[in-house]
Design a protein around this ligand. Structure first.
Ligand code: ADP
Ligand code: MG
Length: 556
C-alpha cells in the first residue's frame, strides 16, 4: 500500500509486509486501545474496587489494586497502550497516588474526543479545548482546595486512610497505624531547602519487607534496617550507643596485578609474606578500633582474617552494604562515608542508640535504630505471605506519596468524586464563556472528570445516572460544595463529614497527565507498522518505532 507515484514511476516507501493506518482509521484504533486500557483498571477504583490477580510467564502471582502495578504487569504491546501505562507510572513517580484515576481520566478524554471527531471536529480544535479545560480545571481545584499544616495530624490521618482505602491490607485500626507511621516518617525526613520550601525525599523513607508475622507487626524504625548479617560469628550481635564507621574501603589485601608477580623461593619467604599480609589486615582493624568505632558498615568486602581481628577488638561489622543503604545510614546516624582508612577520624563516626542483628523469619537483619533525629527512617513491612507484604508495601508507598505531596504543598481537596463534580460544573459554565467549537471539547472534559464519581457509584452498586444528576444539583454553580459518593452508605453524601480527603497535587497531576496523554494520542494520524507482516497495524503487536511516542510529561 505505501506507494507514491513520481513522474509515472512507482516509489515504495515501506518494506513489503508493512501495514499502515491513516487518518480517521488511525485515530479510531488508538482511541479504542486507550479506552480498552482504561476499562481494564476501572473496576479497581475506590474502597469498593476489586483486586486483580496477575500471573506472570514464570507463574509469579501478584494480587493488587494498584493501577500502575496492574498496567505494568499486563506487559502491553501496543504503543498507545504503552502511553497509558506511562501516565500511570508518571503519576506514581510524581505524586505516588491516583494512578487508577489518571488512566480512567485519559480513557474518558479520548472517548469524548472520539465522539467529537465523528462529528467532524478537527483534532487540533479538540486539543486546544482540552488544554484550556485542563488549565481551568487546575485553577478551579486550587480555589477549591483547603490548607493543611504539618501538625494537623487528624487531617493527615484521614488523607492516609483514604489513600489506603481501596487496598486490602488489613482492618481500619491496622491501616491507621500504618498511616501514622508514614506521617511520622515524612515529618522526620522533611527538610527546608534554601528558599524555605519544604522538600521530602522519598528515598530516605526506606520500605523494607519480609514475609512472616502479620501486617499488624509492621514497625517504624527510627533509623535504617539493613538486609544483611553481621559477618563473623565472633562479633557482638548488639551494640548499645553505637559509634558507627561507614567505609567505602575493602578490608582486604589488594590482589597483585598479574604482571607484578612475587617470586617466593623458600618456606621462610612464604611465611614472611603471609605475616606481612596478616599484619596489614590487623592494622586495618586497629585503625578502626582507634577511631572509636564499635560498628562498621562497608560497601566493599572484609577478608576473613580482618573479620577475625575486628571480632577480637569487639567490633561488629557488616560488609557489601548497598551504596543506597550507605547513604541512608549516613543520613540516619550522621556518619561520613570514608574512602580511606587513614582518613578515618572520630569526627567521621555516627551514632545510633542501638545496632542489633535479629533473626526475622529465619534470616538475619541488622537494625540500626534509636537514632537521634535521623534524616532517614524505615518502615518495616510484615504480613503473612509474599503477596500480602507486596501489597502492603505498595500501599505504604502510595501513602508516602500522598502524605509527602500534601505536606510539601499544604493543600488538600474533598474526594469521593466531590472535587471532580465541582470542577465539572465550573468547566461547563466556563465553556459557555469560551464559545466556538472549543467549548464542545471543554464540555467533554467536564464529562470525563465525572467518570470518577460515576465509577465510584458503579462500584457501590448505585445507579450512576441518578447519582450524577443528584450530585450536579447539589453542587452550586459558584463551587466549593462537598457532596460526593458515600460508598459505604450507598448514597450521595457529605464527603467532608465522611473525612474523604485527598492531596490537591494528586488531582492536578492527574488532570495534566491525562490531558497530555490525550493530546499526544490525538495528534497521531498515521500508524506505520513494519513488524508482524500481515497483522493490521491495530493488532496487539502493531509495532511502532520504539520510543516513537514517548516523551510523556512534555508538551509543546
Ligand atoms: P487511585 O489509584 O486513582 O488512587 P483508588 O483505588 O485509590 O485509585 O481510588 C481513589 C478514589 O476513591 C478517589 O476518587 C477517592 O476520592 C475515592 N475514595 C476513597 N475512599 C473513599 C470513601 N471512603 N468514600 C468515597 N470515595 C472514596
Ligand atoms: Mg489511591
Amino acid at each position: 500500500m505505501a506507494e507514491n507515484n513520481l513522474n509515472g514511476q512507482q516509489v515504495y516507501l515501506l518494506p513489503e509486509g508493512a501495514s499502515r493506518l491513516l487518518g480517521r482509521d488511525a485515530q479510531r484504533t488508538n482511541i479504542a486501545v486507550a479506552v480498552a486500557v482504561a476499562s481494564a483498571v476501572r473496576t479497581t477504583l475506590g474502597p469498593k474496587g476489586m483486586d486483580k490477580m496477575m500471573v506472570s510467564d514464570l507463574g509469579d502471582v501478584i494480587i493488587t489494586n494498584d493501577g500502575a502495578t496492574i498496567l505494568q504487569e499486563m506487559n502491553v504491546e501496543h504503543p498507545v497502550a504503552k502511553i497509558m501505562v506511562n501516565i500511570a507510572k508518571t503519576q506514581d513517580k510524581e505524586v505516588g497516588d491516583g494512578t487508577t484515576s489518571v488512566v480512567i481520566l485519559a480513557g474518558e478524554l479520548l472517548k469524548g474526543a472520539g465522539d467529537l471527531l465523528e462529528q467532524g471536529i478537527h483534532p487540533t480544535t479538540i486539543i486546544k479545548g482540552y488544554k484550556m479545560a485542563a488549565r481551568k480545571a487546575s485553577d478551579v481545584l486550587g480555589d477549591y482546595a483547603r490548607k493543611v499544616g504539618v501538625d494537623d495530624e487528624s487531617t493527615l490521618e484521614k488523607i492516609a486512610m483514604v489513600s489506603m482505602g481501596s487496598k486490602n491490607v488489613g482492618d481500619d485500626s491496622t491501616k491507621l497505624e500504618l498511616g501514622k507511621m508514614v506521617i511520622r516518617a515524612v515529618k522526620q525526613v522533611m527538610e527546608k531547602d534554601a528558599s524555605g520550601k519544604t522538600v521530602i525525599d522519598h528515598d530516605f523513607i526506606k520500605v523494607e519487607k519480609k514475609a512472616g508475622g502479620s501486617v499488624a507487626d509492621t514497625q517504624f524504625i527510627n533509623g535504617v534496617l539493613i538486609d544483611k548479617e553481621v559477618t563473623h560469628p565472633g562479633m557482638p550481635r548488639s551494640a548499645a550507643n553505637a559509634r558507627i564507621a561507614l567505609l567505602d574501603v575493602a578490608l582486604e589485601i589488594e590482589k597483585t596485578e598479574t604482571d607484578a608477580r612475587i617470586e617466593i623461593t623458600s618456606p621462610e619467604q612464604m611465611q614472611a609474606f603471609l605475616q606481612q599480609e596478616e599484619h596489614t589486615l590487623k592494622e586495618m582493624a586497629e585503625k578502626i578500633k582507634k577511631s572509636g568505632a564499635n560498628v562498621v558498615f562497608t560497601q566493599k568486602g572484609i577478608d576473613d582474617v580482618a573479620q577475625h581481628f575486628l571480632a577480637k577488638q569487639g567490633v561488629m561489622a557488616v560488609r557489601r552494604v548497598k551504596k543506597s543503604d550507605m547513604e541512608k545510614l549516613s543520613r540516619a546516624t550522621n556518619a561520613k562515608v570514608v574512602t580511606s582508612l587513614d582518613d578515618l577520624s572520630p569526627s567521621d563516626l555516627g551514632n545510633a542508640g542501638l545496632v542489633e542483628e535479629r533473626k526475622i523469619s529465619g534470616e538475619q537483619m541488622v537494625f540500626v535504630e534509636k537514632c537521634k533525629n535521623p534524616k532517614s527512617v524505615t518502615i518495616f513491612v510484615r504480613g503473612s505471605t509474599e503477596q500480602v507484604v507486596d501489597e502492603v508495601e505498595r500501599s505504604v508507598t502510595d501513602v508516602i506519596g500522598a502524605i509527602s505531596s500534601v505536606v510539601a504543598d499544604g493543600k488538600y481537596v474533598i474526594g469521593g468524586g466531590s472535587v471532580e463534580i465541582d470542577a465539572a460544573n465550573r468547566l461547563r459554565s466556563y465553556s459557555g464563556d469560551v464559545g466556538g467549537r472549543e467549548q464542545l471539547a471543554i464540555q467533554r472534559f467536564a464529562d470525563a472528570l465525572e467518570a470518577i464519581p460515576k465509577t465510584l457509584s458503579d462500584s457501590a452498586g448505585m445507579d450512576a445516572i441518578d447519582t450524577l444528576v443528584q450530585l450536579r444539583n447539589k453542587h452550586k454553580a459558584k463551587g466549593g460544595d462537598v457532596y460526593g459518593v458515600d460508598i459505604f452508605g450507598n448514597a450521595v453524601g457529605n464527603m467532608e463529614k465522611a473525612g474523604v480527603f485527598e492531596p490537591l497535587k494528586v488531582k492536578t497531576q492527574a488532570i495534566y497527565s491525562a490531558s497530555e496523554a490525550a493530546e499526544i494520542i490525538l495528534r497521531i494520524d498515521d500508524i506505520i507498522s513494519s513488524k508482524g507482516k500481515g497483522s493490521g497495524a491495530g493488532g496487539a503487536g502493531g509495532g511502532m518505532p520504539p520510543g516513537g511516542m514517548g516523551g510523556m510529561g512534555e508538551s509543546d
